[in-house]
Design a protein around this ligand. Sequence first.
Ligand SMILES: *Cc1c(COP(=O)(O)O)cnc(C)c1O
Length: 393
Amino acid sequence: MQKKWDLATLAIHGGHKKEQFGALVTPLYQSATFVFDNAQQGGARFAGEEPGYIYTRLGNPTTDELERKMALLEGAESAAACASGMAAVSAALMTHLKAGDHLVASNVVYGCTFALLNTQLTRFGIDVSFVDFTDTLAVEAAVQPNTKLVFCETPVNPHLEVYDLRAIADIAKRNGLVSIVDNTFMTPLLQQPLSMGIDMVVHSATKYLNGHGDVIAGIVCGSKEHIDGLKHDILKDFGGVMSPHDAWLILRGLKTLDVRLTRHCDSAEIIANFLENHPQISQVFYPGLKSHQGHVYLGKQMKRAGGVVAFELNGDMKTAINFVNALSLFTIAVSLGDAESLVQHPASMTHSAYSPEAKEEAGITDNLLRISVGLENVEDLIADIEQAFIKGN
Ligand SMILES: *Cc1c(COP(=O)(O)O)cnc(C)c1O
């Protein structure tokens, strides 16, 4: 029996098909449509009687390779490539929901996911309860007769709280619900929600999966039945499919996912420890620290703590803003998972749409900052933070 390949190996070789001219790298099939030999063949493809490509919104060889690879990495039967992380989140939700349905979601989610659930889906008669998912009893208590689905992400932005995926999967199973988890912050190399009983995984491939800050894309992984439904009912008609060029770039990015993540995690751990011991920092949020709520899940649910760190400076809004402006190696931008280290101020950027009360409840304080630790030399990053403390004061 062949040894089961490690995820680092699968990220390079998984899903690859031998290419007709022997090209090492999967070609980019940058074509909107595909030619039929004759009218009968076109008819047979539309009827599903003959396999083969028709039109790129319905399928494309480059995008297909990415889908096969991501399915292997997540341990899923199938995957669907989408135009953005939000296209993936919305397609996964719409596959299962219709007017009159209800879902239970974590009270902290990615900002646009919150808007989608709270503002857009309600326009179509879909109701949502937001619950603190660290309290699994509260999750189960929120289930109603018309509840169809549970949704969360973990670790969750920006304080990186961790939710118990096995417990959430159990609640979903007991109540006949579909469970969906946004795995963007971890990637399948650090966390595999399907292996813990979750039904569907969504990703913003914009972040670590691509890893180079040059693509907006998303992916959904799950059972063949769920993904076939998603492709046929949602992607085909709503149209949020991934461009083959983006799929090609993500295939390239995935080859280095394992080495990149190792570096992101190593450096984030060093920086989190450095910040925790720094007199100008009041609190650090990173699951790799013993002081963090999510630490108990390390090694059980998630292999490592990831590359995002949040922290509060001693001081106010002005202290935080001055510190951000004084950094020179950290770039001020609101993404994560790139080679470049990024810094952002949640209160005025990612969470600026929150009301003052919502900010208070979510702990989005004026002195809170979030960094995405990049691939630079970690001593250079620490030196940059040190000089910003001095210069920003
Ligand atoms: C960025 C992000 C999204 C949205 O992805 P886009 O590719 O920007 O559409 C969704 N969830 C999480 C956790 C994210 O970080």
